[in-house]
Design a binder for this molecule. Structure first.
Ligand code: SF4
Ligand code: SF4
Length: 193
């Protein structure tokens, strides 16, 4: 990644993407999955997923790339790490969910346009502020999805949260992100591994 250029979540994903071979690298993470289902039983998001984590790992093992990236399962992973902690094989499941998100964005594989836009906007905000600034993040997300129906769905909730002081619009910050150095270091380490 070029120094001095504004860093966006999309740029991070592009930098991390390993052309081709990326999916095979991801698949190696779950090669030893024995389908015990502990990950699914531990996952509080699994009720909302179209494939359970266990099913997803089986499809990753089988190389069913289309079915995997058509699914919303990995987008719904909240990175709680419970499955990783409990997997009897000690597999890096949370990291693998994140790797699928990055691959979906960098390779444009997701059928769902909103989830990559949301994830990229979320990561941009974390990198910029060290936390999520909800109002700004949602504004960026709305611009990315380019569908006026999406912001309309959130208007009532936004007004309610603002009324309760849960979110407040702030002047956007420009220039280098607070966590740029940390993100770059991780990218360097990942590139070496
Ligand atoms: S807990 Fe581990 S071994 Fe069991 S199904 Fe999930 S990934 Fe596979
Ligand atoms: S890290 Fe993701 S997949 Fe694993 S239990 Fe938490 S939400 Fe579910």
């Amino acid at each position: 990644m070029e120094m001095g250029k504004p860093v966006t979540g999309a740029a991070v994903f592009e930098a991390e993407a390993k052309p081709d071979g990326n999916f095979e690298e991801i698949a190696k993470n779950v090669k030893a999955c024995m389908q015990c289902g502990t990950c699914t039983g531990s996952c509080s998001s699994s009720v909302a997923m179209d494939l359970t984590p266990r099913q997803l790992w089986r499809m990753v093992q089988a190389g069913m790339k289309k079915e995997i990236f058509d699914s919303r399962t990995f987008w719904l992973c909240s990175s709680c790490y419970l499955c990783t902690l409990r997997c009897p094989r000690g597999l890096p499941l949370t990291e693998t969910m994140a790797a699928l998100k990055r691959a979906a964005v960098s390779e444009g594989l997701s059928r769902d346009r909103k989830s990559p836009a949301f994830y990229t906007s979320f990561m941009d905000s974390v990198r910029k502020y060290g936390r999520v600034r909800e109002a700004e993040m949602m504004a960026v997300y709305f611009m990315r999805v380019r569908n006026p129906a999406v912001p309309m769905k959130f208007t009532a909730l936004g007004i309610k949260l603002m009324g309760k002081g849960k979110i407040s619009p702030k002047v956007p910050r420009f220039g280098p992100g607070k966590l740029d150095r940390l993100f770059r270091k991780i990218e360097e380490l990942e590139a070496r591994s």
